[in-house]
Write a protein that binds this ligand. Sequence first.
Ligand SMILES: [Zn+2]
Length: 97
Amino acid sequence: MNATTEDRDESAQPATPARNAEELAMQRCKRCQLLYTANKSTSALKLTYCSFLCELGDLGFSMQGLEHMERVPKTAVATTEVVEVEEPEFSASGAII
Ligand SMILES: [Zn+2]
């Protein structure tokens, strides 16, 4: 048993440097290089594009559109699960033979 337990390294980390909330929220659009407020961006990628149009123009598609597209495979996954359930049964019957 050690009498000296020096676990005092948990010094409080200095808070993030105080900045203007607005300045902190300002982002530079990847496409049009304009400074914009992320909170007011209509893009799904608020930290990358100033607006939905810049996102659409740069990516060629919108993230919101992608999100909708991702919902379709989720249904397909449910169907795949049913197929996976059948697999063990198939291999089990194969083991009998
Ligand atoms: Zn832009």
